[in-house]
Design a protein around this ligand. Sequence first.
Ligand SMILES: NC(=O)C1=CN([C@@H]2O[C@H](COP(=O)(O)OP(=O)(O)OC[C@H]3O[C@@H](n4cnc5c(N)ncnc54)[C@H](OP(=O)(O)O)[C@@H]3O)[C@@H](O)[C@H]2O)C=CC1
Ligand SMILES: O=C(O)[C@@H]1CCC=N1
Length: 268
Amino acid sequence: MTEAGAIPPVLLVGCGRMGSALWRGWQAQGLSPSVVVDPTPADLAPPHVKVGDAGQVPAGFRPAIIVLAVKPQMAERVLPAILPFTNDAVVLSIMAGRTIDGLAALLGNTAVVRAMPNTPAAIGRGVTVACAGPGVQLAQRELCDRLLAAAGTTAWVDDEALLDAVTAVSGSGPAYVFLLAELLEAAAIEQGLPAPLARTLARLTVSGSGALLDASPDEDAGSLRRAVTSPGGTTESALGVLMADVAWPASIRAAIEAATQRSQALAR
Ligand SMILES: NC(=O)C1=CN([C@@H]2O[C@H](COP(=O)(O)OP(=O)(O)OC[C@H]3O[C@@H](n4cnc5c(N)ncnc54)[C@H](OP(=O)(O)O)[C@@H]3O)[C@@H](O)[C@H]2O)C=CC1
Ligand SMILES: O=C(O)[C@@H]1CCC=N1
């Protein structure tokens, strides 16, 4: 048993944008990975050991969980290097597309959990969907959930194939929302607003609307949208453009389909 707030030894392999976002979420909860492997890790607070290569992980270190947060294309290079540390550890992979079977084939008998988080994890507002592979024990699944839940909401699925669509919707999703803020800012400038004001309006509109959505669990998004839309008013004019079949409905559908297919294509 570990004391409250403490976690068993964690090996974090890859501390770039998503690995560090998870770490920030853990840190806010008073949790910290024990050893971080990354040639150029994000600058995060101790206590921890940072090494540039799995070969430099302190001999005798016995992680209970190994979090894989390197690029999917790095798996073949990185996984053999962590084999000496797998022992009884569960491997929690957040690599897009990389399948439980594919990882298990590279890791021997190791228990594998595949998960798809997103970057709001850095402020504890992420959402992660996870799938446990064969042989994952209840305690290992609970440990994975504990680390993922420190970074936001978690859900588990039995059907691993669903993770491709999850990746397209929530894994990549923050990028779509940030794109909206970028486009709103650019369009505001085109309409003559000073650049600093355009930036402020775009950012606060996106973040404030997200906060309102979050604070309105009993209202669906369509109802919040209708509350902005006065008959014959300005919003109606804008939505007539955005909601045309060939506009956002088609674009969002095509975008999610493209991302889902890319996740499927990364499968190995
Ligand atoms: N970014 C996101 O929003 C999300 C990403 N993911 C998944 O997370 C994974 C990481 O993505 P992301 O954080 O964006 O990518 P990053 O490139 O930001 O992070 C990967 C990190 O791994 C480091 N690295 C490279 N080689 C090794 C090695 N041999 N051992 C240890 N670390 C190494 C990289 O260092 P260097 O830069 O020096 O090469 C880099 O810091 C991917 O598999 C992605 O599919 C999942 C959900 C969301
Ligand atoms: O773009 C990617 O492939 C990764 C997975 C989800 C978000 N970023």
